[in-house]
Design a binder for this molecule. Structure first.
Ligand code: ACO
Length: 325
C-alpha cells in the first residue's frame, strides 16, 4: 500500500462581496445578529453568468501551477460539489477538459458540505491502491444560487467559492495518514436542496426550489460529528490530538467550532477560522482554508493537519495528513 501527499493547493472566490448590512436591507436581520450567532461578516457571491465549474477551474489551475506537474499526468479529477453546473456532464468532466487533463478519468462526489473530505478520501484511496498516481481534487460550490433571499434562516449563511489540491503518490506513513467518513440518512430532512432534482422537477416557487434547513438539528449533528470525526480519524492515523498542529474545520458557524474546541480541549488557536470573510462555502470551505493557511504561513512542512467537516445527508468526514510541501 502507498499513500498520497498534497503537492499543490489553490483557491478562487468570486469578486462580489455581500456584507451583513447588505442583507439587512432585503431581509429582517442585522449585522449584530449574524455576527453573534454565526461569526460571518461577509460572503462572496457569483453573478448569473458564473457557474461552479468556472470557480473550480480557476482554483484547479492555481493548484496545478504550484505543483509544477504537467496536466497530462493527472490520472483522475474528483470534484466534491452539490451545486453542479448541470446534472450531467459532471463538473469534473468540465474541469478535466479546461485544464488539459486529457488522460484523466473524472467523477463528482455528492456529500454536500462534506464533499471535499469525501472527494479527497476517494482520490487518496485510488492512489493508495496503486490505481492512480496523481489526482486533482476540488471542492466547489455556488450555493447562493439556491438561496431563497427572503428566508433569513438560510440566506445569511452561505457564500460561493472553490478550492483545489493536487495529490501525488508517496510512501506509506507520509502525506494523508487516514480518512474517516460517516453518514446518517435519518437526518435527510434537516437540510434539503430540492432544486433541480427528479422528485420535484418543476418547483412552483422559491421555497420549493431553494435550500431549506432545520438549523438547530444541523447544529446538534455538526457538533457531535466534528468531534467524532476528529477523534476517529486521529485514532485511525495513530496520532494523538496534541500532536495535531492545525485543525481545519468546515467553516459554517464559529459557535459550532467553539463547542468542538471546548469538548476536545484543543486550544482555539489551533483551529483555523476564516468564515467571517466567506460564510459557508460548502465543499469549498476546507480547501479554501487549507490554501489560506498555507499561504499565510500557518502550515509548515512536517505539520500534522486535520480537516473535519459535516453536511447535508447528514454526512461528515475527516482526513489527517502530514504536510509535505
Ligand atoms: N436574523 C435575525 N433573526 C434570525 C435570523 C436572522 N438571519 N435567523 C433566524 N432568526 C431568528 C429566528 O427566527 C428565531 O426567532 P424566534 O425566537 O422569534 O423564533 C431566533 O432568531 C433564534 O433562532 P434559532 O434558530 O434558535 O437561532 P440559532 O441560535 O439556532 O442560530 C443558525 C441559527 C445560525 C442557523 C444555527 O442554528 C446554525 O448555524 N445551524 C447550523 C447550520 C449549518 O451549519 N448549516 C450548513 C450545513 S452544511 C451543508 O451541507 C450545506
Amino acid at each position: 500500500m502507498k499513500s498520497s501527499k498534497i503537492i499543490g493547493v489553490g483557491s478562487h472566490v468570486p469578486e462580489k462581496i455581500v456584507t451583513n448590512d447588505d442583507l439587512a436591507k432585503i431581509v429582517d436581520t442585522s449585522d449584530e445578529w449574524i455576527k453573534t450567532r454565526t461569526g460571518i461578516e461577509q460572503r462572496r457571491v457569483t453573478d448569473d453568468q458564473t457557474s461552479t465549474s468556472d470557480l473550480a477551474i480557476k482554483a484547479a489551475q492555481k493548484a496545478i501551477k504550484m505543483s509544477g506537474i504537467d496536466p497530462k499526468d493527472i490520472d483522475v479529477v474528483v470534484v466534491g460539489t452539490c451545486s453542479p453546473d448541470t446534472l450531467f456532464p459532471s463538473v469534473s468532466c468540465i474541469v478535466q477538459n479546461a485544464v488539459g487533463a486529457v488522460n484523466a478519468s473524472a467523477l463528482d462526489v455528492s456529500a454536500a458540505c462534506s464533499g471535499f473530505n469525501y472527494a479527497l478520501s476517494v482520490a487518496s484511496n485510488f492512489i493508495s491502491l496503486g490505481t492512480y498516481k496523481t489526482a486533482l481534487v476540488i471542492g466547489a460550490d455556488t450555493l447562493t444560487k439556491y438561496l431563497n433571499w427572503q428566508d433569513r434562516n438560510t440566506c445569511v449563511l452561505f457564500g460561493d467559492g472553490a478550492g483545489a489540491v493536487v495529490l501525488k503518490q508517496t510512501e506509506k506513513g507520509s502525506g494523508i495518514l487516514a480518512n474517516y467518513l460517516y453518514a446518517d440518512g435519518t437526518g435527510k430532512e434537516f437540510l434539503v436542496m430540492p432544486g433541480g432534482g427528479s422528485r420535484n422537477i418543476r418547483p412552483k416557487d422559491e421555497e420549493e426550489r431553494c435550500i431549506s434547513m432545520n438549523g438547530k438539528e444541523v447544529f446538534k449533528f455538526a457538533v457531535k460529528a466534528l468531534e467524532n470525526s476528529l477523534v476517529n480519524v486521529a485514532k485511525l492515523a495513530g496520532v494523538k490530538l496534541e500532536e495535531i498542529s492545525l485543525v481545519i474545520p468546515h467553516q459554517a458557524n464559529v459557535r459550532i467550532i467553539d463547542h468542538v474546541v471546548k469538548k476536545l480541549g484543543i486550544p482555539k488557536e489551533r483551529f483555523f477560522v476564516n468564515l467571517q470573510k466567506y460564510g459557508n462555502t460548502s465543499s469549498a470551505s476546507i480547501p479554501i482554508a487549507i490554501d489560506e493557511a498555507w499561504r499565510g504561513g500557518k502550515i509548515k512542512k512536517g505539520d500534522i493537519i486535520a480537516i473535519i467537516g459535516f453536511g447535508a445527508g447528514l454526512t461528515s468526514g475527516a482526513n489527517i495528513l502530514k504536510w509535505e510541501v
